[in-house]
Ligand binder design. Structure first.
Ligand code: FAD
Length: 389
């Protein structure tokens, strides 16, 4: 068993680490300042400029297949990169990416949706959640009714990431109420100018998702993505595309946070000694160090299963659950170690505290991950003892 990185993995990882240090960390104070003024941390142009800078060194379309101009990196490598990006709260992501389900587009749709999305000239959003259907996605009520050769979409989606900015959405609607999620849900590609509108939702984070409102939005048959009635399978494919990537990013955030806590503990003195001398503080540092390490291996193991073409759902749920829980415990400890300063907006700790809270909710809540894990264990789909057991 070899836990070391290959030379190539180390080189790629180190390049991203340097990029984060040289290009992103220097922007942190300005990002915080803008966010405190209720502005986006980075403008679209600034993000694009950073993405093009990374592209000069070949970092473009990290998981996009090489035939589409991407790097086609493995899941393991992508998890390592995400962890590096998580070390800063500057809201950066590499360019050249597209939602995995857009690769199901037909040739004509690829020209109109997939390629411009990879290029960065169009932006998408994924819309399944509704006011009455979140964890229970099969309960969606948005409908698409056939009218001649068109479909007419009615309903409301909610909490849609990027829904305020997107040019088009991949929206899921019931096309056959009898069948419902078992062959009666279809995914439509719908441009904003076809008639849907979005409303901003304010959250405790630095950005907000949107509600999307479909009021008799008429779209031609050619807007169906994939097969009629096969939308639910596509939706599950989108959600399952990389559950390991969310906790992967949290690894980097926790590493950075604990480094801040260590520095503060070593320099802050109370009662004539650094607080680092106190066992209460030491235990918080120790537990956090152990948990970050455990999270790293859960994430990398899930990613490794993806690369092996194994059914990785159980491993991904475990990584997502543990990541959400532990990242939140760790940022809470780091805030505690910083005392009153941790609670202020002068430091980014409270920002991370709010951001990491989302990890326990989106793309499957803690409870839904537990439900999956328990069901797999109780029904014998997965073994206690894991893949090596
Ligand atoms: C910032 C943000 C961005 C998002 N982005 C998107 C997006 O881009 N596209 C999209 O479609 N959706 C998106 N979502 C929606 C997100 O996936 C849902 O919020 C999430 O799945 C939970 O659904 P819900 O909010 O309806 O909660 P509910 O499903 O109503 O759950 C409420 C509570 O009950 C618990 N619960 C539910 N069922 C069970 C059960 N069987 N057993 C035990 N406990 C249960 C849940 O875990 C939760 O604690 C986003 C949400 C947020 C907050």
């Amino acid at each position: 068993m070899d836990f070391s990185l290959s030379v190539e993995e180390r080189e790629i990882r180190d390049w991203v680490r340097t990029f984060v240090q040289k290009e992103l960390v220097p922007l942190e104070q300005e990002v915080l300042r803008r966010e405190r003024a209720h502005q986006p941390g980075l403008t679209g142009d600034e993000l694009r400029e950073l993405q093009l800078k990374a592209k000069e060194s070949g970092f473009w379309g990290v998981q996009t297949p090489e035939e589409y101009g991407g790097m086609g990196l493995s899941a393991t490598m992508t998890a390592l990169l995400e962890a590096e990006l998580g070390r800063t709260y500057v809201p950066f992501r590499f360019g050249g990416a597209a939602d995995n389900i857009l690769f199901h587009a037909n040739e004509e749709q690829k020209q109109r949706y997939l390629l411009p999305t990879i290029e960065g000239t169009r932006t998408s959003c994924f819309a399944i959640t509704e006011p009455g259907a979140g964890s229970d996605a099969k309960a969606i009520r948005t409908t698409a009714r056939k009218d001649g050769s068109d479909w007419i979409i009615n309903g409301e989606k909610t909490f849609i990431t990027g829904g305020n900015e997107a040019d088009f959405t991949m929206v899921f609607a019931i096309t056959d109420p009898e069948k419902g999620a078992n062959g009666g849900v279809t995914c439509f590609l719908v441009d904003r100018d076809m008639g849907w509108r979005s409303e901003y939702i304010d959250t405790m984070g630095e950005w907000g998702p949107a509600s999307l409102i479909f009021d008799n939005v008429r779209v031609p048959e050619s807007q169906i993505l994939g097969e009629l009635g096969q939308g639910f399978t596509l939706a599950m494919q989108w959600i399952g595309r990389g559950r390991y990537l969310l906790p992967a990013r949290a690894i980097g955030s926790c590493e950075r946070l604990v480094s801040m806590a260590i520095e503060h503990a070593n320099t802050r003195e109370t009662f004539g000694a650094p607080i680092a001398d106190r066992q209460a503080i030491q235990w918080m540092i120790a537990d956090s160090g152990v948990e970050i390490e455990a999270l790293r291996w859960l994430v990398l193991h899930a990613a490794w299963q993806v690369d092996q073409g194994m059914d990785s759902r159980h491993a991904q749920s475990m990584a997502k659950l543990f990541g959400g829980q532990k990242a939140n415990e760790i940022v809470d400890r780091v805030l505690q170690i910083h005392g009153g300063m941790g609670y202020t907006r002068e430091l980014p700790v409270e920002r991370w505290y709010r951001e990491l809270r989302l990890l326990r909710i989106y793309e499957g809540t803690d409870e839904i991950q537990r439900r999956t894990i328990a069901r797999n264990l109780l029904k014998g789909h997965a073994k206690v003892g894991g893949a090596l057991g």
